[in-house]
Design a protein around this ligand. Structure first.
Ligand SMILES: Nc1nc2c(c(=O)[nH]1)N[C@H]1C(S)=C(S)[C@@H](COP(=O)(O)O)O[C@H]1N2
Ligand SMILES: [Mo]
Length: 347
């Protein structure tokens, strides 16, 4: 049974989270408030010493001190221990999508192209044992096992919007740490301008890779500054528990300001490279899926508008669509990465 212990509980002035009041007892609220006050002091100390000061406002600084998961664990999979709060700006003030929706409406073409196929088929994926190698333009090439990867950084809960290029979205409470924590270990050299992510493509575990729908393995890429941005998450879990297979177990990328396909699942290799990597989706259709693929309501997909989105789990076809936000709502944090770039050309 997970308790709600966080600065974002209902008394918090800018809480937008919809926590059912039945889940919060007065004792928990009291305990939470004390934790919050204690952690707030700690939070500002961390902030003063860290490199993130410029991104902070006071409410965010307080939020940074939260400890424990904001969401109630579904109790389906193993809990991830020691979950703490997020980096500034990493909590969407919106209703969190239900676990059921997050885990049954998926894109993971290695298990089939229907939205329900990953949940139905991904039981054959074996998330253990698992290794990830980091290679290329690095001083210290590394291969790490999943247990070492889990211990490499402090586990943070980050409630991010996920916006698929197809026009739907969710709000997902991921658990993980900044990708930069992992990449720094390999000591990238000055030629490391981009990062390429290579995912598992094993036909024995993944029936979909026998189809030619994409060029396997699924490959994605980021510019090095995008990869090192504090919001870029190496996710190991969601809803306080390890990742369900269909969501990219045992570890997947989450880049919240880009269309969902940039967030590669079930990663086995990370390569630091000099040239812009060609992702599987760009290879499949260069005109429709660019390297940057930043969420942008003003740049339409060739076949549909990107101005609005359908929030999964919130109503049916008669429910009004939500306006899509520039950089998926993370413009304050990431906008400066693209200063001076023509975002219509570099989509
Ligand atoms: N390896 C791999 N990663 C992938 C995909 C995929 O098909 N294979 N689909 C992408 C797309 S299009 C989206 S929208 C997100 C969906 O993540 P979710 O199912 O956890 O919501 O995963 C991305 N990562
Ligand atoms: Mo997507």
């Amino acid at each position: 049974m997970a308790f709600i212990r966080s600065s974002r509980s209902p008394w918090h002035p800018d809480s937008g989270l919809q926590l059912p009041s039945s889940e919060i007892t007065p004792q928990e609220v009291y305990a939470s408030r004390r934790t919050w006050l204690a952690q707030a002091a700690l939070g500002s100390a961390v902030v003063a010493g860290g490199g993130l000061g410029a991104l902070l406002n006071p409410a965010q600084a307080l939020a940074q001190g939260a400890s424990g998961s904001l969401v109630k664990r579904p109790g389906k999979l193993a809990a991830l221990p020691g979950v703490r709060s997020a980096v500034p700006g990493a909590i969407a003030m919106e209703k969190i999508t239900a676990y059921e929706d997050i885990t049954t409406y998926n894109n993971f073409y290695e298990f089939g192209t229907d939205k329900s196929a990953p949940a139905e088929n991904a039981h054959t994926l074996r998330p253990r044992p698992w290794t990830v190698s980091i290679e290329g333009e690095v001083g210290k090439p590394l291969t790490l096992g999943i247990d070492d990867l889990l211990k490499l950084g402090a586990m943070e809960e980050r409630i991010y919007r996920l916006r698929c290029v197809e026009g739907w979205s969710m709000v997902i409470p991921w658990v993980g740490y900044s990708l930069s924590t992992l990449i720094k270990r390999a000591e990238p050299n000055s030629r490391a301008k981009y990062v390429e992510f290579i995912t598992l493509a094993d036909p024995k575990q993944m029936p979909g890779v026998r189809s030619g729908v994409l060029d396997w393995p699924y490959v994605e890429g980021l510019r090095i500054d995008e990869a090192m941005h504090p919001l870029t998450l190496m996710a190991f879990g969601l809803y306080g528990e390890v990742l369900p297979n269909q969501n990219g177990a045992p570890l997947r990328l989450v880049v919240p300001w880009k269309y969902g396909f940039k967030s590669a699942k079930s990663i086995v290799k990370i390569r630091l490279v000099e040239k812009e990597p060609v992702s599987s989706w760009t290879k499949a259709n260069r005109g429709e899926y660019g390297f940057y693929s930043n969420v942008n309501p003003k740049v339409d997909h060739p076949r549909w508008s990107q101005a609005s989105e359908r929030r999964i789990g919130e109503g049916g076809i008669f429910t009004p669509r939500k306006a899509t936000l520039m950089f998926n709502g993370y413009e304050a944090q990431v906008g400066q990465l693209y200063a001076g770039m023509d975002l219509k050309k570099f989509y």
